[in-house]
Design a binder for this molecule. Structure first.
Ligand SMILES: *Cc1c(COP(=O)(O)O)cnc(C)c1O
Length: 442
């Protein structure tokens, strides 16, 4: 590892900040809508509202809500607004978390502890997961000792209901559906799956990390959106990320339970620490007050009217992109996306190679695997790049025409190889080496 030490003498504020501004020069260009999925940008007015609220409460700590009644108000009111948006009743209860992953870690922990409370002999709890469920469920299972039982998706990329019913055993504590799933932007058959969960007395989580702040507004705008929220009997919890389509600060998501009784299984309390009684609602200890302030600020700043307008704009860009991609010979959008996220692949060209060529033209596209595809998360900011983006897709498709799908090089070869290695442990080792390398100071 490169040895890097603390500078002997401190550097002046302005000099430190200007050094950092320079480092930005090679970062992904989200402002000009060259990225998809990492940054959700809906204009400077919204960004500034969130930013200034964050810095106003930059130092406050949400760990102790008694010390900072303002933070307590921000969190409880933001949760209440999110719960009502998701048709939660007066019993609904939740918390603000640091992101979708934390909301999902808490979901799995809640289900495990709830399952144990019903069945103290439960040794190996299980959860039923469609293969399209977000990896944070796998991570949660790994951390908390809950075994994932995978079920396939149908031809339309939605979870297979029959397989869901068959996957339940006496050890099952949780079933999961996505609204919508990250790879294809489709909503699982939540009504049917939650009914199966209810029948079997297990918890059901709707992962609306991606769709929580999009689907309710699309529905109000008249789009046909499958039911997914607390209006569906059997849905016991929902996660929704404010830092995606809620346009909140990074580090804000909601975990909401149907009742406060269920949320009790989420909390952690230690009463015997010499440092004091330690109640903790979420995974983290210290909780940034800025995130709570920014959440409250952006939700009030946008209001229903703002979210409706942004949902409408984003869906319109999505529809234009889908039509444009489907009109390029050899390219096809996968399934029928319910919202503003989708994958597309090709039966003619190597899609990963297309990803590389697009990257060389400055477009940062996510890669899907099994099957290989490229992936788009649309934001209002993408309105300005519809034509140039489609033009580059048309040109790269033409460039690759006739080359066939094999014999690829560059990153395309690496993605292709990892996706198709029959030995998944070997795939894991490969990625492990890569990670070890990437997190070194150079
Ligand atoms: C983004 C996402 C998550 C995880 O959220 P993070 O904020 O990245 O931790 C979970 N589920 C879905 C469907 C997502 O899109």
């Amino acid at each position: 590892m490169t040895q890097k030490k603390l500078p002997e003498k401190g550097i002046k504020k302005d000099d430190v900040l200007s050094l950092m501004r320079e480092m930005r020069s090679t970062d992904a260009d989200w402002r000009n809508a060259r990225t998809w999925s990492l940054v959700y940008f809906a204009g400077d007015e919204i960004l500034e509202t969130s930013k200034q609220a964050y810095t106003m409460f930059f130092s406050e700590n949400g760990l102790n809500p008694m010390a900072f009644p303002s933070l307590k108000k921000f969190e409880t009111e933001a949760v209440a607004m999110a719960a009502s948006m998701l048709n939660g009743g007066p019993e609904a209860a939740g918390n603000l978390t640091s992101g979708g992953t934390e909301s999902i870690l808490l979901t799995v922990k809640t289900a495990r502890d709830y399952g144990r409370s019903k069945n103290p002999g439960l040794k190996e709890p299980e959860m039923v997961l469609p293969i399209t469920a977000h990896p944070s469920f796998e991570k949660a299972g790994h951390y908390f000792g809950v075994k994932p039982v995978h079920i396939p998706v149908r031809d339309d990329y939605r979870a297979d209901i029959k397989a869901a019913a068959q996957a339940i055993t006496r050890n099952t504590v949780l079933m999961v559906g996505s609204a919508a799933c990250f790879p294809y932007g489709v909503v699982d058959p939540i009504t049917e799956m939650a009914a199966i969960a209810k029948e079997n007395n297990i918890l059901f989580h709707t992962d609306a990390c991606l769709g929580g702040f999009m689907l309710p507004f699309l529905k109000k705008l008249g789009h046909k959106i499958p039911d997914f929220d607390f209006s569906v009997p059997g849905v016991t919890s929902i996660s929704a990320d404010l830092h995606k389509y809620g346009y909140g600060a990074k580090g804000t998501s909601f975990i909401i339970h149907r009742t406060g009784e269920l949320r009790k299984f989420q909390f952690y309390i230690y009463t015997d620490f010499p440092g004091g009684v330690y109640p903790s609602p979420t995974m983290t200890g210290t909780r940034p007050g800025g995130a709570m302030a920014a959440a409250w600020a952006v939700m009030h700043h946008l209001g229903e009217e703002g979210y409706l307008r942004l949902a409408q704009e984003t869906m319109s860009v999505t529809e234009q992109l889908i039509a444009g991609i489907n009109s390029i010979p050899g390219l096809k959008v996968m399934g029928k996306p319910d919202m503003t996220v989708f994958g597309f692949n090709s039966d003619r060209v190597n899609i990963y190679e297309m990803g590389d060529l697009m990257e060389a033209r400055g477009w940062q596209l996510d890669r899907l695997q099994m099957p290989p595809a490229l992936h788009v998360v649309v934001t209002p900011n993408h309105a300005k790049i519809i034509e140039p983006f489609l033009k580059d897709l048309r040109e790269t498709a033409k460039q690759l025409e006739g080359k066939g799908k094999g014999n690829v090089e560059g990153m395309a070869a690496v993605y292709g190889m990892i996706g198709t290695l029959p030995d998944r442990n070997a795939a894991k080792s490969l990625v492990l080496e890569f990670m070890d390398d990437i997190y070194k100071a150079k």
